[in-house]
Ligand binder design. Structure first.
Ligand SMILES: NC(=O)c1ccc[n+]([C@@H]2O[C@H](COP(=O)([O-])OP(=O)(O)OC[C@H]3O[C@@H](n4cnc5c(N)ncnc54)[C@H](O)[C@@H]3O)[C@@H](O)[C@H]2O)c1
Ligand SMILES: [Zn+2]
Length: 417
């Protein structure tokens, strides 16, 4: 039994110094009440975000620098999105050579495991099972590292497996698509699809580190290059009007795959995502507000409706076009800004229409699915200006239909490429 003067009953305890270890309890408070105790505690996380190029060149110290080895050298199991070695068959041997050059810091527990890239990695449950099986076979413990190099889908499924194996093995993400570097890799979520719903199974688990290596992007298909730019537009629209101006200004260079221009925009977008997690006050989405999900209620539904023929980034572009048009039709956003946003998306080869938008009833089911995923009251971000988002809790379905008609008419009037 705990007495009133026991150490547990002290109203506050000194916060422990913030450790280098992620997930370290930093603060505890005990409120005694007649029927028990409410214990409140907080957990400090260190989110290591690094930017580099050619991370696997033997003299590059960035990756080794984020590995802290209680056991030395640290044991590392590598998972690779098959899109990378398919485009660059030497990639796996590059990792092996890097590990040999840094054998004092890290030791690969076996050959890197190549897994199928793209959304199917999140939909086919056997991929998740093969990853947990790989972690088991490699004998990883909580102090070992899973290093995952891949697009957002592979990061999500490997991240989920790493989060649940032994209740959490350290995860280092190396995002290899524009979208994963500017958005999904720099987050605290992972997950796989189930019951026909995106990310139905998953956890909030901050990664040990994220290393954005710009050289990984060079083998991307043009389609995946461009589709990832929609998330930069999204974060600019809700957070940063200057970033939006800069994206519009740089759009031709972004589409032409100018690496310096693209990595500069990616970095600003990634930093906004990190800032939102660290300073936004709600890293694990306990409240309903989700400004960074602007355009996503329709995007997630469209991905499902098209059986993932649309890339996430393309679906987000259409979702942004829809919610931007809705904001304008509601009188919150002026017509000029709406035009700038759609011109910017279209100028980067991003879609603002898909025929499945016309299946409006089914699309609108996405609102309830979105609400269910977040919990509580429906909350969607809408725009009243560029860089100026606000929350709404109801949606006028007639206005959504008008927005869809407007996008359809514009698509029909656009010159066919
Ligand atoms: N966890 C989150 O917070 C979060 C946030 C946003 C999006 N996501 C998820 O991210 C996923 C979309 O990610 P994405 O846009 O990166 O697409 P993706 O992961 O589907 O990858 C697209 C394609 O690119 C290939 N690829 C990856 N890297 C490559 C490279 N360097 N060279 C050549 N090919 C390469 C893949 O094999 C795949 O075929 C969706 O599942 C989405 O739900 C997650
Ligand atoms: Zn997204």
């Amino acid at each position: 039994m705990i007495s009133a003067n026991s150490s547990l009953a002290r109203p506050k305890e000194e916060a422990a110094p913030l450790s280098d270890l992620s997930g370290h309890a930093t603060h505890a408070e005990y409120d005694r009440r007649p029927d028990g105790i409410d214990a409140r505690f907080s957990v400090g996380w260190r989110f290591r975000l690094r930017f580099t190029s050619r991370a696997f060149e033997p003299n590059n110290r960035v990756l080794g620098g984020v590995i802290e080895a209680e056991e030395s050298p640290a044991r590392v199991l590598v998972f690779i999105d098959d899109g990378i070695p398919n485009a660059n068959p030497r990639f796996t041997s590059t990792i092996r050579q890097y590990a040999e050059a840094h054998c004092d810091q890290l030791r690969l527990t076996g050959e890197p495991i190549v897994i199928r890239g793209g959304e199917r990695a999140k939909t086919d449950r056997s991929v998740f099972e093969s990853i947990t099986s790989g972690i088991n076979t490699a004998g990883l413990c909580r102090r070992s590292y899973v290093l995952v190099i891949g697009g957002g889908a592979v990061l999500d499924v490997v991240g989920f497996a790493a989060a649940v194996a032994h209740r959490g093995v350290r995860l280092i993400r190396m995002p290899s698509t524009v979208l994963a570097q500017d958005d999904s890799g720099v987050g605290v979520k992972n997950g796989i699809n189930a019951f026909g719903k995106k990310n139905f199974l998953g956890t909030f688990t901050p990664p040990w580190a994220v290393v954005n290596d710009s050289s990984l992007l060079t083998t991307l298909a043009d389609r995946d290059w461009c589709s990832g730019l929609s998330e930069c537009v999204k974060v600019a629209l809700v957070k940063d009007a200057t970033l939006f101006d800069d994206i519009c200004h740089a759009s031709a260079r972004l589409v032409a795959r100018d690496l310096d221009t693209t990595t500069a925009i990616i970095r600003r977008s990634a930093e906004w995502h990190l800032k939102h997690i660290v300073q936004g006050g709600d890293p694990f989405e306990l409240t309903a507000a989700r400004p960074l999900d602007f355009g996503h209620w329709a995007a997630h539904k469209l991905e499902q409706m098209t059986d993932f023929a649309l890339r996430h980034g393309e679906a987000v572009s259409i979702g942004i076009a829809l919610d931007t048009t809705y904001s304008m039709l509601q009188g919150w956003l002026n017509e000029f800004d709406r035009e700038r946003i759609l011109t910017c998306l279209r100028g980067m080869g991003l879609p603002t229409w898909h025929d499945d938008l016309a299946r409006t009833r089914e699309l609108l089911d996405g609102l309830e699915e979105f609400r269910e995923h977040l919990g509580g009251q429906l909350t969607l971000a809408m725009l009243r200006g560029i860089g100026d988002a606000f929350d709404v809790h109801t949606v006028d379905q007639k206005v959504v239909t008008r927005a869809i008609n407007r996008l359809r008419n514009e698509a029909a009037a656009a010159p066919q490429s």
